[in-house]
Design a protein around this ligand. Structure first.
Ligand code: PEP
Length: 262
């Protein structure tokens, strides 16, 4: 894992209202601070619904919690007549550190393309927010054996023509679509195969230093029972966690992946 700080990001999706968010973040933060070094061993991030952000900000700032928080999507536009959208500067005002972009559910249900993801990455970097850029293949591509070129192509489009300053605000998440919310986990070897290829592609696109410093996460049915074996792979720097992140005790165990190493 070189010197890359592990990152565990919980994607709550459309779950937990702002009252439930307060209770969940409190439980998570209290569980983690019970033990020493939790927040040094891994960054713990929750990606919450927009309507939860202000409450989570107030809690985290007020109680000086070690948990970080972020959003699940953002507009590429700065402001204006885009009904229903949320701008990067609105997120920045709420102290958001991370924002997922190009999640497969956004790509599938909202037609998001790599070009749009690229615009969002630039817009976020301009305000100092780190994009968690999701890429990964659907089942039919995996069955045809084309998962590596498919994912690398999507990565190239999503991260095209970024400056060093923009790249400093990028985390990549490899999420095979067939493993999201299905209980079907890619084996650690499957995940390492694609994430290794992502790192090679980053080296070709932007040089060895960017490849060595950019964090690449795995996502798809990660739980406390499988996180340690996934994290044991050399190119995997953390996890993007959906369902299991809704339970603060379970998510805390995932953040403490080092406890489960046998
Ligand atoms: C996700 O939503 O990004 C995800 C990986 O979900 P799950 O952990 O539930 O598969």
């Amino acid at each position: 894992m070189a010197n890359r700080t592990p990152l565990m990001a919980g994607n709550w999706k459309m779950n937990l209202d702002h009252i439930e968010a307060i209770a969940t973040v409190q439980k998570l933060a209290w569980t983690l601070t019970d033990a020493k070094h939790d927040f040094e061993d891994a960054e713990a991030v929750v990606l919450v619904p927009f309507t939860d952000l202000r409450s989570v900000q107030t809690l985290v700032d007020g109680d000086k919690l070690g948990v970080k928080y972020g959003a699940q999507d953002v507009s590429k536009h700065k402001s204006g007549a885009y009904t229903g959208e949320i701008s990067v500067s609105m997120l920045a005002k709420l102290g958001v550190a991370y924002c997922a972009v190009g999640h497969s559910e956004r790509r599938e249900y909202h037609g998001e393309t790599d070009a749009l993801v690229n615009d969002k990455v630039r817009a976020l970097a301009a305000e100092g927010i780190t994009a968690i850029v999701c890429v990964g293949e659907p089942l039919e591509i995996r069955k045809a054996g084309n998962h590596v070129p498919f994912t690398v192509d999507s990565l190239k489009g999503s991260l095209a023509n970024l400056s060093p300053a923009e790249l400093a605000h990028v985390v990549v998440a490899y999420e095979p679509v067939w493993a999201i919310g299905t209980g079907e986990v890619a084996t650690p070897e499957d995940a390492q195969e694609v994430i290794g290829a992502i790192r090679e592609a980053l080296a070709k696109m932007y040089g060895p230093e960017v490849a060595a410093t950019t964090r690449v996460l795995y996502g798809g049915s990660v739980k406390s029972s499988n996180v340690a074996e996934i994290m044991a792979k050399p190119d995997i720097d953390g996890a993007l966690v959906g369902g299991a992140s809704l339970d603060p005790q379970e998510f805390a165990k995932i953040v403490r992946f080092k406890d489960h190493i046998v």
